[in-house]
Each structure stands twice: as C-alpha cells, then as structure tokens.
Design a protein around this ligand. Structure first.
Ligand code: C5P
Length: 217
C-alpha cells in the first residue's frame, strides 16, 4: 500500500525574515511514516520545517508554505492509496508579503490576513481512489469539533486530539487520540508514546483501505 503523509507546520511569510506558523513539531506525522514503513508500506512524507530526521526508506519532500504543500500532494496523489493529512497547515496567511524587512515603528501595526486554501477539503471534493485521513487538534469540545470536520472536510476518518494539555498533543512525545469514523463509530487510543499510537493508526488505516478495495472488486 502506498501512504502519502504530511507532517509539521507550514510557514507563511510576512517579509524576508518573518513568518506566521504554529507549534507543530512533526513528531506524530513522522511516527506514522515510520510505522507505515515498519509495516511494509511505501511511504512519501511531505513535511513542513521541523527538527527531525526523515525515517529511513521514505521518499521525502520538504516544503514551507501551505501552497507548496498543496502542489507537492497534488503531484503525488494519483499513485497513492492513503492520504494522511497530519500537517498543521496555517489557517491564514498575510495578504501581502513585504519584499523588504518591515521596519519597527512606535505606533501600532496591523497585518491583513487571508484564509489559506484548505488542502484536505479541496482534495476530498474529487472523485477519489484513496482513503482520506484528517487530523483535528482541538483545545475544547474535541469530539464535537472533530465530528464537524469529518463531515465538512468529507474525510473517511478523522483523528482527534486535545492539545491544551502539556503532556499530550503538540510538541509532546506522547498523545491520546479518538478516531471518528463516518458510520458514527469511534475508537479511543489512551495516552501512549506517539510511536505506539502511530502503529495502531497504521493498522486501522490499512485494514480500512483493504476493506474498501475488497468491496470494489
Ligand atoms: O480545520 P483544521 O485546521 O482544524 O483541520 C485540521 C485538518 O485539516 C488537518 O488534517 C489538516 O492537515 C487539514 N488542513 C488542511 N489545510 C488547511 C488547514 C487544515 O489540509 N489550510
């Protein structure tokens, strides 16, 4: 099976030295890539800027902005069986990028932001051959918000996690997730190292993809 996995944050430039980004470390996406390789799958990992070494054996594509991530996925998508959108794509970007460093002033300063393209939502609209897995990092009403994303972004399953706790989610080595399926079923994976969560996720995703293929035959 061929896994296309995105990981890490994106960076949206403000000027030549500043950008808008988030705290994603990339650890969860890299762990999923490693677990998929370990299970014998082919893996392409598309990553935003992180401080991690790509897992040995993965095809690795490094990107910076959300638009670059979209283009990289678009080029790889036709030959993949599963797209795992683990990346924390920035939701907004500056309307204008200053070609020169913006000078400090004594007065207030506002930046006009525009929404970035929702990568997951745009790929879910096409008639697809691949299984689409989304992530939902939430600070409140985790399951309700994730359920809404599952529907709105038309994913096959969504992995929800709470990111307000210090020992779970963003930047942490551990995570605790709930997987929501389209038929209303859900499965909770209790707090564990991201490596273990990733192995469990890869098992669930590949079984589900296998079932879809059997049904189509
Ligand atoms: O809406 P929210 O950002 O919480 O949704 C999270 C899911 O959507 C993740 O799977 C993330 O990779 C994806 N996403 C995206 N493009 C964006 C924002 C989020 O693909 N611009």
């Amino acid at each position: 099976m061929r896994f296309l996995i995105t990981a890490g944050p994106t960076r949206e430039p403000i000027d030549p030295i500043r950008y808008l980004s988030n705290r994603s470390s990339g650890k969860m996406g890299y762990a999923i890539a490693a677990a998929a390789l370990e299970a014998g799958h082919d893996v392409t990992l598309i990553s935003g800027p992180v401080n991690l070494d790509p897992p040995h054996g993965a095809q690795f594509i490094c990107v910076s902005t959300g638009d670059e991530m979209f283009d990289a996925i678009d080029r790889q998508l036709r030959s993949c069986d599963v797209l795992v959108m683990c990346a924390a794509v920035a939701d907004y970007k500056p309307k204008n990028i200053s070609p020169e460093k913006i000078k400090k002033r004594d007065t207030n300063f506002s930046l006009e932001l525009i929404p970035t393209r929702d990568i997951l939502a745009s790929f879910s609209k096409q008639d697809r051959q691949f299984l689409l897995v989304g992530f939902a990092a939430e600070t409140n009403d985790v399951e309700e918000n994730a359920q809404k994303k599952l529907r709105d972004k038309n994913c096959d399953l969504i992995v929800a996690n709470e990111v307000s706790r210090a020992n779970s989610g963003m930047e942490s080595d551990e995570n605790e997730v709930t997987i929501l399926f389209r038929n209303g079923e859900k499965k909770k994976i209790s707090r564990a190292p991201k490596k273990n969560i990733a192995r469990e996720l890869v098992k669930i995703i590949s079984n589900m993809r296998e079932k879809c293929l059997t049904k189509k035959k």
